[in-house]
Design a protein around this ligand. Structure first.
Ligand code: TIU
Length: 220
C-alpha cells in the first residue's frame, strides 16, 4: 500500500487498483493559436506544468498503474457539440473553425492532439469527451469498473473546469480521488488555489491533494 503525505490527511492507494487520469493536455489549451487563446487566456501558464505532468505519468506507468488521457474534442460534423457550447461567449474563433493547428477542438486535428511531450505510450488509454467532465458520454466508468480501479489521481487542465468537474463526478461515483497539485494548472491562479482548497476542505469533501513529489515518494 502506497501512503501519500497528502492534505487533509494521508492518502493510501494500491498501485494496481489506481489510475492516473491526465485531463486534456492538448495543444488547443496549451499552445498559441488554439481554443484557450481564442477564449482570451494566457496559455503560457499551462505549458509550465508539462515536465511535471510527464514525470508523474512516467513514474506511475513504471509502477504498473493504469494511465488514462482524456481529450476534449468533437466530431467533425459537430453533432456532439451542444449549440450552447458552440455559441456562448465572444471568442475570436469558435469550435470547428479553421485555425493555426487545424479546426478548433475537432477530433483528429493537430490542435486537439496532446502536446508532444505527453503523447500516450503503449498500454495507455485515450478517451475523447465532448463535455468538461470525463464521465459524461464516454466509457470511462465501464473501463474503470472492468479494470477494478478504486482510486484516481488527477492532473491536467484546467484545474477548475475539466479537472474539477471530472473529480467531482468521480467522487460521487465512489472513487477515492487525489488532485496532484503541481500537475494541474489554470489560466487563473486564484481559481487553481481555490479549487485545491475546496477539494480538501471539510475533511476532504471531494478528495485529497498532494504534490507530485509526495506521490513519487509513496511509490518508493
Ligand atoms: N479542459 C478544459 O478545462 N476545457 C476548458 O475549456 N477549460 C477552460 O478553462 N476554458
Amino acid at each position: 500500500m502506497a501512503k501519500v503525505n497528502a492534505q487533509p490527511y494521508t492518502y493510501e492507494f494500491e498501485p494496481a487498483k489506481t489510475a492516473v487520469v491526465m485531463i486534456d493536455m492538448q495543444r488547443d489549451f496549451i499552445l498559441h493559436g488554439g481554443f484557450g487563446e481564442t477564449l482570451g487566456n494566457n496559455v503560457d501558464l499551462l505549458a509550465a506544468i508539462v515536465p511535471t505532468a510527464k514525470k508523474l505519468l512516467d513514474s506511475c506507468r513504471a509502477a504498473g498503474m493504469t494511465i488514462i488521457h482524456t481529450k476534449e474534442c468533437h466530431r467533425p460534423d459537430l453533432a456532439d457539440c451542444p449549440p450552447s457550447k458552440l455559441t456562448r461567449g465572444n471568442p475570436t474563433l469558435r469550435i470547428g473553425d479553421a485555425a493555426a493547428m487545424g479546426r478548433i477542438l475537432i477530433d483528429g486535428e493537430e490542435g486537439s492532439d496532446f502536446v508532444p511531450e505527453l503523447a500516450p505510450q503503449s498500454g495507455d488509454i485515450v478517451l475523447t469527451k465532448p463535455g468538461k467532465g470525463a464521465f459524461y458520454a464516454t466509457p470511462l466508468g465501464d473501463i474503470l469498473r472492468l479494470k477494478g480501479i478504486t482510486h484516481l489521481l488527477f492532473g491536467g487542465v484546467t484545474t477548475e473546469v475539466c479537472v474539477q468537474t471530472t473529480m467531482r463526478e468521480a467522487n460521487d461515483r465512489g472513487y477515492e480521488c487525489l488532485l496532484v497539485e503541481d500537475a494541474t494548472e489554470s489560466y487563473f491562479p486564484e481559481f487553481k488555489a481555490a479549487t485545491i482548497a475546496m477539494v480538501r476542505a471539510q475533511g476532504g469533501i471531494v478528495g485529497w491533494t498532494a504534490p507530485t513529489g509526495a506521490v513519487l515518494a509513496a511509490l518508493g
